[in-house]
Design a binder for this molecule. Structure first.
Ligand SMILES: [Zn+2]
Length: 573
């Protein structure tokens, strides 16, 4: 972050010390952040309880916005003195205002939400029955020709009223003529019916590998559950609808508009997208339907095009910018209990340590190639074994090709220990642990036990070690509501009343930083957003209650009254 010293009047944006009364800060890419005079702003918000997340003046009563940026922050009296004839005003009536929330890891699956069969609630804790899942899929099968896939999404194995695992026999009841799958919302395990196994050529004799398993019941028969890379063979069989290029673009545009509306309802103003249709994203923005800012994390063709053509992280503008890479997957899942542990999973027979989906050699090569291209590396690592591998690759890449402030991103970075913490700090890596699991997924924490949960989603350890950790919902795996995330970080108490790893609690102010400025830091954008600071983008959220004073078990229920991105209201309750 560019270092600049500001006194109180500079913080206000009222000083002449910049250029002709303007506030100038330099971002990492050297662009001037704001050269706008605070006189006659477009908007003045006053009589607020604003938590700025700016250490120079953490609280304010008022701020002014001009040309999409904050131009003054201070007392109501000071800021109201700037009001001119064309200035809009908003009396916040003592409501709480915070910087717009930033989600540093999100799959933004708008197309799934719009077009697919949802067998679980994407946004909140809700229990379903296996009979209900079967009914929903049957209805889809009735209108689908034989041989085509029937797929269910957003399944959560610990949100099922039946209290038994979903299995191959349940899915055989959906159809024996269609391949049927139910995908766990965690993204690393899928349940299949007999037809799907038949098409994929998988039998109870097919061996498992280190990268994935075909699970069996106690008699040795396939039970339907398949983990991580073992699912690859299923992707190649069965029929799926084909769309022409125009139709595909149309669907992706509609999906992107849809999910943008969902994000801003919950107070998000910036989201780090895992891939997605970049053309559709730009068209949605062009037609004015993109309500949130996107840090686009590239994979496949887009990443290859970046490397080939010298397009580095940071290319783009304040609405759509190329960020780190798509998460490069190194191990399994926390929620589905396939992440790579240095010790066997408690109580699992035969002993199982999770799945590793890369070799150290391949990982080293991938990281070095991306790092040399001046692209921010991003690896998915949940278990301590995978985090160790990722750090080994980062350390090596910096040795062979040192570059300043690369901020390699560790998506999830779930289970840490003291040595990993030290190496994360030393490499300047940015962890993005799960945002909402501390509330939403406590029903899975007993699979790991208190000893491991004291080292998981380790927001306290990161803060104490001076590591900048951002918040990544990983949606669809976790709900993306930032206030649900804050409640879990602050209380470590779940929807079921259970508390695990209470030593990792952080304060409301620390959680607010994680959910705002740290997210901006994770994409090298902390000089232009993440706090209510004169010169930065005017992204803020008005809340019906103050998370500092409300009952901590009700933080997630605080209503988002208004979401403002770049000075424009993008959501109003
Ligand atoms: Zn992910």
């Amino acid at each position: 972050m560019a270092k600049f010293i500001r006194d109180r009047r500079e913080f206000m944006g009222l000083t002449g010390a910049g250029v002709a009364g303007s506030v100038i800060a330099q971002s990492r890419w050297g662009q001037a952040l704001a050269a706008v005079t605070p006189q006659e702003p477009d908007l003045v918000v006053f009589n607020a309880r604003a938590y700025t997340v700016d250490p120079i003046a953490p609280q304010a009563e008022a701020f002014a916005v001009k040309a999409g940026r904050f131009v003054a922050v201070g007392s109501s009296e000071e800021v109201q003195s700037l009001i001119g004839p064309r200035t809009q005003t908003l009396d916040a009536r003592q409501m709480t205002i915070v910087p717009g929330f930033i989600d540093a890891h999100n799959h933004a699956p708008g197309a799934i939400l719009l077009y697919e069969v949802l067998v679980g609630n994407p946004y909140d804790v809700e229990f379903v029955t296996i009979a209900n899942i079967v009914d929903k899929l049957r209805a889809r099968a009735r209108e689908t020709p034989a041989g085509f896939w029937i797929e269910g999404f957003f399944f959560d194995d610990t949100k099922v009223k039946d209290q038994r695992p979903l299995n191959i026999h349940d899915l055989d009841q959906v159809s024996r003529e269609h391949p049927v799958s139910v995908r766990h919302r965690g993204g690393h395990t899928t349940y299949y019916n007999s037809k799907a196994f038949e098409l994929a050529g998988i039998t109870s004799d097919t061996p498992n590998s280190a990268a994935g398993t075909y699970d069996r019941d106690s008699s040795g028969a396939l039970n339907g559950r398949v983990t991580d890379r073992a699912r690859g063979v299923f992707e190649k069989v069965g029929k799926r609808p084909r769309y022409g290029a125009d139709q595909r673009l149309q669907r992706n545009r509609d999906a992107m508009s849809f999910i943008s509306k969902q994000f801003v309802r919950y107070g998000l103003t910036s989201v780090h997208h895992e891939g997605g249709d970049l053309a559709a994203l730009q068209q949605v923005r062009a037609r004015g339907d993109l309500l949130h800012r996107v840090s686009y994390e590239a994979i496949d063709d887009v990443l290859e095009a970046m490397i080939k053509n010298g397009i580095a992280t940071g290319f783009g503008d304040e609405w759509i910018r190329l960020g780190a890479t798509f998460e490069h997957t190194c191990d399994g899942s926390f929620s589905e209990r396939t992440m790579a542990l240095s010790e066997p999973y408690p109580g699992v027979e035969p002993p199982y340590r999770g799945n590793i989906t890369t070799t150290q050699e391949d990982l080293n090569a991938w990281v070095e190639r991306v790092h040399r291209a001046n692209i921010q590396v991003n690896c998915h690592a949940n278990g301590d074994v995978a985090i160790d591998m990722v750090l080994t690759a980062f350390e090596r890449a910096q040795r062979v090709f040192p570059r300043p402030d690369p901020r390699p991103k560790i998506t999830h970075c779930t289970l840490i220990n003291d040595d990993l913490l030290r190496r994360i700090k030393a490499t300047g890596a940015v962890p993005a642990p799960f945002t909402s699991y501390g509330y939403y997924n406590t029903d899975k924490f007993h699979f790991y036990g208190e000893r491991l949960m004291r080292r998981s989603m380790a927001y306290r350890s990161f803060a104490d070690a001076g590591i900048t950790a951002a918040a990544g919902s990983d949606f669809s795996p976790g709900p993306f509501a930032p206030l649900m995330g804050m409640q879990g970080m602050v209380t470590r108490k779940g929807w079921n009343g259970e508390t695990w790893g209470a030593n990792q609690r952080i304060s409301v102010d620390e959680a607010l930083r994680v959910l705002t400025i740290n997210g901006a830091y994770a994409s090298h954008e902390e000089a232009i957003k993440g706090s209510i600071t004169a010169g930065k983008l005017a992204d803020f959220v008005i809340l019906a209650d103050d998370p500092h004073t409300v009952d901590q078990d009700k933080i997630k229920d605080i209503a988002v009254v208004r979401n403002v991105t770049g000075g424009n209201t993008v959501y109003q309750a």
